[in-house]
Unconditional design. Structure first.
Length: 440
């Protein structure tokens, strides 16, 4: 390695030790965050190394990262992009590709999902003029109630697009069966579930397409970042094209004529031999990430086994600490046949005891324990629905009673790998203190 680069990387390591190495937790002074970056000097060294390469767009680090993630998950293809929301947009837009011929989605087609979750799982459905059909949830798994899906399916239904809520896999067995029976595409929003297993296989690899987010609190981070993965070569082609401006060409950034017929083909109604680099087979975007992000990701991939172990252990510790808090609180439950790599610990404040989610979360926040609601709760009640609320832009199948209950009564706390036993015990003590103050 270049001598100067070696020195810079050595100094970077020292900088990490001085400025970023985790410090001991001080009760009553330090906040217990729900999530955060889990990294060491290696991530910073990779980032600095990539910055010295100064490639600035996707390149060799991206290639390494995409292959590494595909290898970890056991899938054929992976495309790195700039966020989990972009990953969902790419996954959905790929289903509209003319490459899929009669199986391509069109405006007006219905897509089964839930109203309870992160908004950008369903946003692309609406953006393409398709119709999200909201099915109710089940507790305490906090996923779609798989027994209510079949009655929500209509002749217009073409796909199912769902997240594995906070790492807990939805019932993939039943949902895959329904997809096969009705010829539906399945997109797994795996943004909160990287490393979760269902029947011994990673979530995100059961459906036609899986997506990840690498925003800092997630299982692993690249700062901003996301990924789309699939085993289907046609979907992969559509995903890459949509990600890279909609182009037909698949040359990597800065490379020319990978296909070997750059100036020899007839495309659409263009003149013969029109430069393939500027031929567009989709109405795409530019959702690429950079090598700087991929370099961080390469170091993070190495940590995934440890991250998964710690998230599972932290979940167990919270569960053990909160024994005896039921019936006041309902604790989360893993989906049958699954081994979740939890993103967070969901707690449902039971009705009938004079307790409230608002009061409890305020109590925790006042005592420096960070809490989160289950994202949008029920997305239909949000201002973004104001203009379409009474339209047929979306459909509710049956009722959303459990969804509303989750919106009103559930919240979550962290299980991320930076969460030490001391922090966990402090969080659960605060929950128990609240119950004590309420007379329980
Ligand atoms: C389930 C789910 N999907 C998608 C996203 C969006 O990811 P990003 O923040 O990287 O856009 C999130 C974000 O946290 C999420 O929780």
């Amino acid at each position: 390695m270049d001598k100067l680069k070696e020195q810079i990387l050595e100094l970077t390591k020292q900088y990490y030790e001085e400025h970023h190495k985790p410090k001991a937790f001080e009760v009553g002074k330090d906040k217990v965050n729900y999530g955060g970056r889990f990294f060491d000097a290696q991530e910073m060294e990779n980032l600095v190394s990539a910055s010295l390469d100064f490639w600035l767009t996707n390149g060799e680090w991206t290639d390494r990262f995409e292959k590494g993630l595909a290898n970890y998950l056991g899938v054929k293809y992976c495309a790195f992009c700039n966020s989990g929301s972009s990953a969902n947009l790419l996954a959905f837009s790929a289903l509209t590709s003319p490459l899929l011929k009669e199986r391509a989605l069109h405006a007006g087609d219905e897509v089964i999902s839930v109203a309870c979750g992160f908004p950008t799982t369903i946003t692309p459905i609406l953006q393409y003029g398709c119709v999200p059909v909201f099915v109710d949830m089940k507790l305490p798994e906090y996923n779609i109630d798989e027994n209510k899906i079949e009655e929500a399916i209509s002749p217009k239904t073409k796909a199912i697009m769902l997240a594995h809520t906070l790492g807990n896999p939805f019932n993939l067995k039943k949902i895959k069966e329904l997809c096969e029976k009705y010829g539906l595409w399945l997109i797994e929003d795996n943004c909160d579930a990287l490393g979760s297993m269902y029947e011994g296989k990673y979530t995100g690899t059961f459906g036609d397409i899986g997506t990840s987010s690498f925003y800092p609190p997630h299982h692993m981070t690249t700062g901003e970042g996301g990924a789309v993965y699939t085993n289907n070569p046609i979907l992969y082609r559509a995903i890459k094209s949509m990600r890279d401006w909609g182009r037909d060409c698949w040359c990597d950034s800065g490379r020319d004529n990978t296909c070997g017929y750059r100036f020899t083909k007839q495309f659409g109604q263009l003149p013969l031999g029109y430069d393939h680099k500027y031929v567009y087979s989709h109405f795409g975007y530019n959702l690429k990430a950079t090598d700087l992000q991929a370099a961080i990701g390469c170091a993070q991939l190495e940590k995934l086994p440890e991250i998964g172990k710690r998230r599972r252990e932290n979940f167990e510790r919270i569960t053990n600490n909160l024994q005896g808090c039921e019936p006041y609180l309902t604790l989360p439950k893993a989906e049958e046949n699954s081994d979740p790599c939890w993103f967070g610990y969901l707690i449902y404040v039971n009705e009938g005891y004079g307790l409230s989610r608002l009061e409890l979360t305020k109590y925790l926040e006042d005592h420096l324990v960070q809490t989160r609601n289950l994202f949008a709760g029920n997305i239909i009640y949000h201002p973004c629905f104001d203009e379409i609320r009474d339209s047929d832009a979306y459909r509710v199948a049956g009722d959303l009673t459990v969804t509303d209950n989750i919106m009103n009564n559930a919240f979550w706390i962290g299980v991320y790998p930076g969460m030490t036993n001391e922090k966990i015990d402090y969080m659960t003590d605060m929950i128990k203190n609240y119950l004590k103050e309420k007379g329980y």
